[in-house]
Structures are given as C-alpha cells and as structure tokens.
Write a protein that binds this ligand. Structure first.
Ligand code: ZN
Length: 552
C-alpha cells in the first residue's frame, strides 16, 4: 500500500458486544477493551486458526450498487492439522452470517466481534480435507482512508465500487480467515453486478454469465496463493487496453475519459517490470497476468490487479516525493504498488508485526528501480531523501500476534536499513546474489524476519543478527562516536548502540579512498596524518548517526 493510505483512518463501526450494541461514529475511538480484543482476535494465530491449513476459496458475491448491499457465499476448503471440532473464520459484525453448511447440513457457530467460531458435529481428523459453505449478506460499513469497501461515484456520476482493506481486513466485506500466516493455494471469485458494469478482480478472467435477472457474473480464477486483503473488487465503467511483455499479459482498465492519458502514463510499466525482473527474476504471477486498474484512492498492491489512483502524474500525486528532484521522473504509484508483486505478494510477512517485509523491501525496490533506470547517483539521492521521513521513535517490528499496523518507519527506515546492509556486504555481486536468493527462497511463502536474518548471515558469512536487531527491533539508530585527537594524530571511534554485541563495518577516512573500519563498543584508534576535519564517514552509504566526542 502507498504510505498516504496508512494515515490512520477514521473509524465507523457497529459492534455487537455481548448483548450490547456499541455504535461508534466516524472519527470516534473504540473503547480500549474492545480495540484490544479486536486486535487479539484478528492478530493472534490462535488454536482455531492453527488447527487447519487453507486450500481454496470459492467466493461468489452479488453487489447491489443502489442498496450498497452484498450477498454471497464462500466455499472454504481446508485441511486439518490437528484433530478438532472448531475453527475460526472472520466476518465483520456489520454483516449477517446467514447460514453455514457442512456436508449439506447447517452448522452451529458463535460470533464474537468480527470473528465467527464454527462448531462441527464431529471431530475433524488431522490430515482430512473438508469444506464449509458460508452464506452472508448485509450492508458493509465503510471505514479507514480507502473505505475497506467503498461505494463511490466516478467523476461522471457512475457507480464506482472498490475494495482496499489491508488495514481493515478482508472480513470487512467477505467471510475469510482474516490473518496473514495462511493463504489458500488458489481461489475462484465470481462477482455478480448489474448488466453493463465491469468488475476487474485478481487473477485470470474466465468469462461472464448473464444471470437473467439484470445481473451478470464476472468470473476470475486466481492461480497462486493470495493474502486475503489482496482480494479485490473494482466495479465500474472501465475501458480496457492491453499489451504484452514477452508472454506476460499486461491489461489496463481505466475510466473511458482517461484512456489517452493512461496510454501515455502506462508506458512506464514495461521498463518497471524489466527493472524488477533484472534484480529478482520473472514476474511472479504469470498465469494471472499483470493488471493496472484505475481507482478513486491513491493505490494498492492487489495481487495481479494493482490499483492506481495517482492521477496520471509523475511523483506522488504530482509532488516530488522524496524532495530531491528524482521522484518527478516516474510515477510513484505505478512503481511502488507494482514492486509489491515481488515483496508483499510473492514474499509475504506471516504476521503484521513484520510488515516491513512488505513495505521496507518495496520502498527499497523503488530505490533499485531508480538505480536501474536512472543510474546510481539518482538512486543514492532518492534513497537518502527518505531520511527526513523517519522518526526513529518506535521499533519497526511490533509486538507479534496483535493486529496493529507498525509505524511508517517500516517503509523508509526499512529501505535505508537494506541500503546500509548493501554497504556492510561491500560486495555488490554478492549483494545482488543474496537478495535474489532470499527472494527465491521465500517466494509464494509467508515468512518472518528471523528466517531472513538466518539467510543473510549465511550468505554474508557475518553475524548480522545484532545489526538487524538494532535497526528493526530498537527505535534509536546506532551512533558512531568519533574523537579527533590532533595531538596524538589519531581519530578514535566506537559504536554506541542499544543492541548487545552490535558491531558493523563502516567506510570512513578520505572521501574517494575509503577505509573499512570495524568499530565495536570499545574505542579504537585510526592513524590520521591529515587535517582532523578531513576525516569523513560515508554517511550516504550507511544510515547511522555520527557524534563528535571532544578530547579530554
Ligand atoms: Zn506499499
């Protein structure tokens, strides 16, 4: 998701809390105990989630634009990992769980806030595959900046309905296992909309069927694992054009009046895909193709159906995003949201605590795109332009098992951390091989930072664990203390950092002829014959603080 989308949205919720219904208005805060419970129910990979592994979803939903109403069913297939009689599926309490069928018979279930606990009349045995049919209906409540699911009008006054629910969760509009660890292997999505409208969703379009009652069903087949928040509806009046990149289909869906602007702006797609393929290999979802779809919000990385709302302008909404003159050379939303196909969609964090795997890596991929297309000097400027957006007030990685979106440092500090790590490697061939190797090892999986640390330790031959920990699990930056001692003809240096055992090589000395220092927490001395103020640190290559300590 683009960073602007992360600005905490106003809340509009109707919660059923025991027998008491809590109505909160847009902008109102939830009672803290309710917010805490929601965060656990959504964020924890509890026993009734961990006891099963998703296989497929088959979601059908009828969308009535006039009534803003949804009615549908999801056939959820899963394999049991333990013997058990209960599973957890999620659906916002604003929507009715009309009935639940198992082998053709109704199932019992309990609802707590936005979760649904489903009870089976028999023990489901480990290793068995089962399916339930979950019917639901109702008027979803818009919330968050993008609405989760939003019933809007386009500038011509035509219905325009879009979902973007990474923060709010997929269960805001469909019954799903609304968490990050488990993805179905594939998914069918059938969207019933009034005749004459178009739905563009994820995956491959397999056809449309007139239902004879004024509605047409648009069928999509998603051929890869997919995060539930990535599943997306884009219903409106769309014009389509297409091109190919080798065998890969590139399909574009835009408002009819924007066709010419889109044809010009989307010429950026092919060089962007070529750049990411250069670093990481083929586009990860070839069977589903790549799509860009115009929407009324800034944009979102919906897998194989990336949504675009940057107004056909370069930069971010026409602004110079990192403020150093590089961002106006390209369309930030095309590059950022599409980069998520590699990091976020193909490689996905298994818990929202580690969302920097989505956003930090994707922000770094922007920098790599700039390096590939516009050159190293622009990339260095662009990357360091992100420093001004970092607060260093909270760790990038948050508490596990709680649904809480980490601070925006996950984007910018995440990218500058990876930029720093490249300098720590100090061997670009090894760095390119390592990031590609890591991507390939984690592709189509849901992963945590610990696994990445193990991979990078092995690839580098260094113990980088304290470096990862300092940048991602501690708020402050490491500080390189320097003491320039003209009398002794030395510059003394050491690291001051929170993480025990933090060491990190860093280039310093004479600009253009850097030496690699290996500071630790103990003072060391570097002989410096030149004028004391000519000793420099390569701060453009490492995101650190340099602090001068006077001689005593
Ligand atoms: Zn993003």
């Amino acid at each position: 998701m683009s960073r602007l989308g992360r600005i905490a949205g106003a809340l509009a919720l109707v919660l059923v809390l025991g027998s008491q219904t809590v109505h909160t208005q847009r902008g109102a805060q939830l009672p803290p105990e309710v917010a805490a419970r929601l965060s656990v129910l959504r964020g924890e990979y509890g026993p009734h989630r961990a006891n099963n592994d998703l296989l497929t979803y088959d979601l059908r939903v009828r969308v009535d634009p006039e009534r803003r109403h949804l009615q549908g069913r999801n056939i959820i297939r899963f394999r049991m990992l333990n013997d058990d009689t209960r599973i957890q599926i999620d659906l916002y309490s604003t929507l009715a769980a009309d009935r639940m069928l198992f082998k053709g018979k109704p199932l019992e279930f309990d609802r707590e806030l936005n979760s649904v606990f489903i009870d089976f009349p028999e023990t489901l045995r480990k290793g068995q595959t089962h399916e339930i049919e979950f019917h639901y209906s109702g008027v979803p409540q818009e919330q968050g900046r993008f609405g989760g699911i939003a019933f809007r009008k386009d500038p011509q006054g035509r219905h325009w309905i879009n979902t973007a629910c990474e923060g709010e969760g997929s269960s805001i509009w469909w019954p799903s296992k609304d968490q990050w660890r488990d993805e179905p292997e594939s998914m069918k999505l059938g969207v019933e909309i009034p005749d004459g409208m178009t739905d563009v969703s994820n995956g491959r379009f397999t056809g449309k069927t007139s239902l004879g009652d004024g509605y047409t069903r648009w069928d999509w087949q998603i051929n890869y694992p997919i995060n539930s928040y990535n599943v997306s509806l884009n219903i409106g009046t769309y014009e389509h054009f297409a091109e190919k990149h080798g065998d890969l289909t590139l399909d574009y869906w835009v408002l009819p009046e924007n066709l010419d602007k889109a044809k010009a702006q989307f010429t950026q797609v092919k060089p962007m895909i070529e750049a990411f393929e250069h670093y990481f290999g083929d586009y990860p979802f070839p069977k589903d193709g790549f799509k860009l779809i115009e929407v009324p919000y800034t944009g979102m990385e919906h897998q194989s159906a990336v949504t675009y709302g940057n107004g056909y302008r370069n930069g971010y909404g026409g602004r110079d995003w990192t403020g150093v003159g590089v961002s106006p050379k390209f369309d930030f939303i095309i590059i950022h949201e599409s980069a998520h196909e590699w990091f976020g969609n193909a490689v996905s964090a298994a818990d929202v605590s580690d969302m920097w795997i989505q956003e930090g890596w994707t922000t770094y991929l922007e920098c790599l795109y700039v390096e590939r297309v516009f050159g190293y000097d622009d990339a260095l400027k662009y990357t360091n332009g992100y420093r001004t957006k970092i607060t260093n007030k909270q760790p990038v990685i948050t508490e596990r098992g709680r649904h809480r979106t980490p601070s925006q440092d996950m984007y910018f500090k995440g990218a500058l951390f990876l930029h720093t790590l490249r300098s720590v490697f100090n061997d670009d061939r090894k760095w390119w091989k390592t990031i590609r190797g890591y991507y390939e090892s984690a592709r189509y999986r849901n992963v945590m930072t610990e696994e990445m640390v193990t991979f990078f330790n092995k690839a580098s031959g260094m113990d980088l664990t304290p470096v990862f920990n300092q940048y991602l699990r501690r708020a402050p930056l490491p500080v390189l203390e320097l003491q320039r001692d003209a009398t002794a003809g030395v510059v003394r240096y050491r690291w001051v950092a929170d993480e025990p055992g933090f060491t990190m090589p860093i280039k310093a000395g004479k600009r253009g002829a850097w030496e690699v220092l290996k500071p630790t927490s103990d003072w060391q001395a570097f002989k410096w014959a030149g004028a004391m103020d000519t000793f420099e640190v390569a701060t453009e290559l490492y995101y650190v603080i340099v602090r001068e300590v006077p001689t005593t």
